[in-house]
Design a protein around this ligand. Structure first.
Ligand code: NAP
Length: 451
């Protein structure tokens, strides 16, 4: 039986799970070419997961095993939609899977959102993780207090990274430029604002609980914001644990001797980011005080009570979710920021598929992508089995390589990435760090060419 060729655009978790499922196929056998616009694979595992979460990052070991399997190739520094078009790609393969994630932020849509000192968590997270697109962000961390808008895990990542002690920070693969900034940072207090209550917050329990382990950090919650224990039995397990942790902190009270504070303030929506004139730096956030109301669809929604509160601060981080970006030539739903599909088959397209956040929106943990990718691959393999593409001129592996070499001056293959990887890990060894990240295109290419 002919070996079928599938291209995967994007090399994050969903792309790798799709690759693994495809390479498992024996009937028909499949080879996979994985594309990324960066020189480095792993998507958010490299550039999103917080550097002080090495255990979560170690999921990359699974991706390395997939990459080592026969039939897998990696092509870095290929920007689909810029260096080559989607049509050109589709023409050369039996099928194409888009696994491009959600690459931008959801906006708050409030006054002052773009003031200096008001930062999208997407940018900040990319910056401290050494994503080449964000290395120049260079945020000024000279304020004592920062506010984080949002009550999800990204909000917690940002708050924690801002408050991590130097020793904890230096043990991580945080980009060197960010370590320098964090060590010199004046931020001592972060206020995390959720627009709904502790029960509705999107934190996961492990992420909340670990805050107790951070040296020099105290967590602060107003006891008046915590629901009574009488209702605990009605809560889902994870939610109940979150509420119990928050209640424990509220009852214990803040440690007055702690060097750094993380405060949780619920039932607060940002109304305006304050500062001088239209574009003066952030001086505070005006918050609406909410109450909760059950809506007809069963969702609990925040309702403005009319009361107002101002938190003075010099930095605001917006952590209210990610949003997908359209890929030129691929259908896109602006409202949801996703590619319209039915169980991974893109609507109106015959041989194009979708996985991950650009399929289902920016929710779920890394493991969620495995099931998601399996669903898409199941349909893709079923479609291949119909033989619709048989006899068409799918490009050979060599022809693809030749085509890309002619189009992308800085093409990176799997060997190239492995050279970068080996260099980064070796550089980290002396400092007891997992790796020291290389963060710019020229250095990536110098490393590869000097092999
Ligand atoms: P998220 O979990 O969806 O949380 C977004 C937060 O922003 C929610 O609290 C939401 O409140 C709030 N929000 C949305 N619009 C708002 C507005 N206009 N004003 C005020 N608040 C607003 O998104 P995320 O934190 O970006 O995380 C994305 C996914 O990655 C999640 O599934 C998360 O669990 C996962 N993740 C996991 C880890 C980990 O496992 N360690 C780390 C990072 C991210 P409402 O609920 O009221 O809408």
């Amino acid at each position: 039986m002919r070996t079928h060729a599938v291209a995967i655009v994007g090399s994050g978790p969903s792309g790798f799970y799709a690759a693994g499922a495809l390479l498992d196929s024996e009937d028909p056998p499949v080879r996979v070419d994985m594309y990324d616009r960066l020189a480095t694979p792993w998507g958010l595992v490299r550039a999103g997961v917080a550097p002080d979460h090495p255990k979560i990052k170690s999921v990359s070991n699974q991706y390395e095993k997939i990459a080592a399997r026969p039939g897998f190739r990696f092509f870095g520094h290929v920007h689909i939609g810029e260096d080559v078009t989607v049509d050109e790609l589709v023409e050369r393969y039996d099928a194409v899977i888009y696994a491009v994630g959600s690459q931008t932020e959801r906006r708050l849509g409030i006054e002052g959102e773009d003031r200096p000192g008001s930062l999208a968590s997407v940018d900040f997270v990319g910056w401290y993780n050494g994503h080449p697109d964000y290395v120049d962000l260079d945020p000024e961390l000279s304020a004592e207090r920062a506010v984080v808008i949002g009550a999800g895990n990204v909000a917690l990542d940002v708050a924690r990274m801002l408050l991590l002690g130097e020793a904890d920070l230096r043990a991580t693969d945080t980009a060197d430029h960010a370590i320098t900034s964090f060590v010199g940072s004046s931020v001592r207090e972060v206020v995390v604002c959720g627009r709904r209550g502790p029960v509705e917050a999107a934190f996961t329990t492990t992420e909340l609980r670990e805050l107790d382990e951070i040296d020099g950090l105290t967590t602060v919650v107003d006891p008046a914001q915590i629901p009574s224990a009488d209702g605990d039995a009605d809560l889902a397990k994870g939610t109940r644990r979150n509420v119990e942790i928050l209640r424990g902190w509220a009852e214990r009270g803040p440690d007055p001797d702690a060097e750094r504070r993380m405060e949780f303030r619920f039932l607060r929506s940002p109304l305006r980011i304050l500062g001088d004139g239209d574009d003066g730096p952030v001086t505070g956030v005006e918050l609406a005080v909410n109450r909760l109301e059950a809506s007809e669809d069963g969702r609990v929604r925040p309702v403005d009570t009319g009361d107002r509160e101002t938190v003075e601060c010099g930095l605001v981080f917006r952590a209210v979710g990610y949003k997908g970006v359209a890929l030129p030539g691929v259908p896109f739903d602006e409202g949801s920021g996703t590619i319209p599909h039915t169980e991974g088959r893109i609507e109106g397209r015959e041989r194009e598929y979708v996985v991950g956040w650009i399929k289902r929106g920016p929710t779920g943990i890394i493991g969620t992508n495995r099931k998601d990718a399996n669903e898409t691959v199941r349909h893709l393999l079923a479609d291949l089995a119909t033989g619709a593409r048989d006899g068409a001129s799918v490009a050979s592996a060599e022809e693809v390589e030749e085509w890309l070499s002619g189009r992308c001056a800085d093409l990176v293959d799997l060997d190239g990435w492995e050279a970068i990887d080996a260099h980064e890990r070796a550089a980290g060894e002396t400092g007891g760090r997992p790796r020291v990240k290389v963060t710019d295109r020229t250095s990536f290419m110098d490393l590869i060419r000097s092999r």
